[in-house]
Write a protein that binds this ligand. Structure first.
Ligand code: DON
Length: 305
């Protein structure tokens, strides 16, 4: 087994010594307060061994990474029927695109675009009596950490400025693929994106996707083996929007990014790895996060390919 700690330390040091590029996500005002030079890494193996470097205990905003968890909640209840409401094709468009929605009659190409995740939130409002609590319970259970919380200031900040998502939700509703009140759907979506997390918690949270859908300690089965395979496939093909192909090419792992600067990825059967650095490239993905993961899978030769 590779010496993960020294490899992580080496890459972390090397990247810190280089110039950092990109901008913090300013379109959610509350996120622009963060120190742009923060940089944390965690890796946890399916044997439960944890490796860390840098700011791995600092909290940041989960943002789009939550879309994987929202999808899991809907998919476990509806199975394949969910795909009548949202597709599983890479979009090739930015995360907040109105793109092909009119042509596709309001069925978003995949559940990780904003439009797709907003439709999933609409589905969750019908499936769960209290979807916010159900999500938080699931997150805490998977991460084995009861301290994880929503950040109401981040949610309010996005709600105040979230014109694009308001447009997306209304457009999809006009095409018949949102059934609940648009404000209620968006409020749920903004709340879910606001979860505060650190890279260690994020790694624990995503270990199920590396471990056949099951948690390590409790052997709680979130998804069956086949569902886990499919979730990982969607992460690989759609997890990085119009940079998904590049991420597969450079890194070679299923993963998901968020505009809080977090990226989480898994090597099924082996580990989950989370990186956080708030400066984003022009596609909305963490500049240093991508750099770190590319070097990590290149050096260790551990990827799905
Ligand atoms: O809806 C939004 O724009 C944000 N709450 C989430 C977007 C996001 O994280 C895109 N990821 N890279």
């Amino acid at each position: 087994m590779a010496d993960f700690q020294s490899i992580i330390d080496d890459i972390h040091q090397q990247i810190i010594a280089q110039k950092n590029y990109g901008e913090v996500a300013g379109y959610i005002p509350e996120l622009s307060d963060i120190d742009p030079e923060k940089f944390g890494v965690s890796l946890i193996t399916v044997n439960g061994v944890c490796y860390q470097a840098g700011d791995s205990q600092d909290l940041f905003s989960l943002q789009s990474i939550v879309k994987v968890l929202l999808l899991s909640m809907a998919y476990t209840r509806l199975g394949g029927r969910l795909w009548q409401r949202v597709g599983v094709e890479p979009s090739g468009t930015p995360f907040n695109s109105l793109g092909t929605l009119e042509y596709d009659q309001g069925i978003p190409r995949n559940p990780f675009s904003n439009a797709g995740a907003i439709v999933v939130c609409d589905v969750l409002l019908d499936l769960y009596e209290n979807p916010r609590q159900a999500l938080l319970d699931m997150v805490r259970r998977l991460a084995d950490d009861d301290t994880i919380q929503y950040d109401p200031a981040v949610a309010a900040s996005e709600k105040a400025e979230g014109y694009r998502n308001v447009a997306l939700a209304n457009f999809v509703r006009s095409l018949g693929n949102i059934h609940n009140d648009v404000d209620a759907v968006l409020a749920l979506y903004f709340d879910c994106c606001s979860i505060a997390i650190n890279t260690e918690q994020l790694c624990r949270l995503f270990l199920v996707f590396a471990n056949n859908g099951q948690t390590l300690d409790e052997h709680y089965q979130l998804l069956n083996v086949s569902q886990t395979k499919r979730m990982n496939a969607i992460m690989l093909t759609c997890g990085f929007y119009d940079e998904a192909g590049d991420f597969a090419y450079q890194v070679g792992l299923p993963g998901k990014s968020g505009v809080g600067g977090g990226i989480v990825a898994v090597l099924p059967g082996h580990f989950s790895i989370a990186v956080w650095s708030p400066r984003l490239n022009e596609k909305g993905n963490s500049f240093r996060g991508l750099q770190f993961l590319e070097q990590f899978t290149t050096k260790t030769q551990l990827s799905i390919f």
